[in-house]
Write a protein that binds this ligand. Structure first.
Ligand code: ZN
Length: 261
């Protein structure tokens, strides 16, 4: 995981989080106990949950840190752009999708990372353990914090949408999974541009091969074409179906992003 425990938001809880994340028995209650203010549970007010959402603004997406980008995007930055992207589903998809439902799913899908943190394929946390941490966190949010808010209905709705994304059976969830990937591809190219060709983030280009829907693939192709124009023939890494990452990396990313197209 991250070697940089210095919090950029003035709080000192990130080291607690890192310690909890590497512990074998990660418990949501232990992480919550280490927060600057322990949220009130079983209340009819949604305010403790509103405070919890701040953590999505201050928790960084981890994948970029390995490349020295410490002040990169937050979890909510990522979910915000995804939410907007869902509204641009082309006609061929939009006619088959419940778009507002997709927008909500984009807003909810990484919510558990507020307490779990952003666990990436290289962190050495098994997929089933990552799932356990995330589902117990979602239970905590929707039952402990929101169980009595609005009769528990909004919490239940959030839980159902999160579970639908995890199960990835509906067309809506498949679309949002693809949007998750195109958002990463966009950010990859944007960080490369900012670093004026001194940073090759091509490792992430493998994610584009995991996109399922042709409409989203077309967006990815466009962005990857922009990337080729940016590098203008200079040496850089590009993964495709024919040029794959090494076995270990392949195993890790396939476990997280799925083997099947
Ligand atoms: Zn995401």
């Amino acid at each position: 995981m991250s070697t940089n425990n210095v919090s950029t938001n003035g709080t000192s809880d990130s080291s607690n989080l890192d310690a909890a994340a590497t512990s074998q028995t990660w418990l949501v209650e232990e992480v919550v106990a280490g927060l600057p203010a322990v949220p009130k549970t079983d209340t009819q007010s949604p305010v403790p949950f509103f405070h919890m959402l701040e953590r999505l603004k201050t928790t960084k997406r981890e994948g970029w840190r390995r490349f020295g980008i410490d002040r990169g995007e937050s979890i909510s930055d990522h979910m915000y752009r995804m939410s907007l992207i869902t509204m641009f589903a082309p006609e061929s998809l939009a006619t088959k999708l419940n778009i507002p439902h997709c927008t909500k799913m984009a807003l909810v899908h990484d919510m558990a990372e507020a307490l779990v943190g952003d666990i990436t394929p290289v962190d050495g946390v098994a997929k089933h353990e990552k799932n356990r941490r995330e589902s117990t966190t979602m239970d905590y949010f929707t039952k402990k914090l929101l169980g009595r808010v609005n009769g528990g209905l909004t919490g239940q709705q959030i839980m159902d949408i999160w579970q639908e994304y995890e199960d990835s059976n509906t067309l809506e969830s498949k679309f949002v999974h693809d949007v998750d990937k195109i958002e990463l591809i966009l950010q990859m190219v944007e960080y490369e541009r900012v670093h004026k060709g001194k940073l090759d983030l091509g490792e992430f280009s493998w994610v584009a091969t995991k996109i399922v829907l042709p409409e989203v693939q077309a967006w990815a192709d466009e962005v990857l074409k922009e990337r080729e124009e940016f590098w203008a023939g200079k040496d850089h890494l590009v993964y495709t179906e024919n040029v794959k990452p090494d076995e270990k990396k392949l195993e890790q990313t396939d476990e997280y992003y799925g083997k099947d197209k």
